[in-house]
Design a protein. Structure first.
Length: 146
């Protein structure tokens, strides 16, 4: 069962990986910074340095395929205090903006350091697509323990 979950998660990450050629707009980053401060900074730190939650600056989840970042925000993390934001307060638009902000802040968009998946613009359509793919997995909580 665990092998199946690993395979499905990897396929979802690869199938959803799209690296936008354009950078996020200044307005988008400002709006997302406010949402990050409201929903994320208490645990992950104002500058992504980590507090009660892990650091987002240089995190392999943040600098890797977009699907991994989207997954963690939507489903949360059962063995930590990370809430399932996609099941509660955050819309696809907000998740996309906050993830775009995190993926392009604190050096996380440094392609030379982190590779071709670093940075990029997460779109609401991509979040919606990922949310739909998660619905097809019988036990979403098992997926998030990977």
């Amino acid at each position: 069962m665990r092998t199946w979950i690993v395979i499905v998660t990897m396929l979802m990450s690869f199938s959803l990986q799209t690296h936008a050629a354009t950078a996020p707009s200044h307005q988008q980053m400002q709006r997302a910074q406010q949402d990050y401060a409201r929903y994320c900074a208490a645990c992950h730190g104002k500058s992504g340095e980590g507090r009660t939650g892990p650091a987002l600056k240089g995190s392999p989840i943040v600098t890797g395929p977009m699907g991994a970042s989207i997954h963690f925000v939507i489903t949360g993390e059962s063995h930590t205090k990370m809430p399932a934001w996609g099941l509660t307060a955050l819309s696809d638009d907000m998740i996309a903006e906050v993830l775009t902000y995190v993926r392009n802040s604190w050096g996380n968009n440094n392609v030379k350091q982190y590779g071709k998946n670093a940075g990029g613009v997460v779109t609401p359509a991509l979040v919606k697509k990922y949310r739909g793919m998660l619905r097809s997995i019988p036990d979403k909580k098992k997926v998030q323990t990977l």
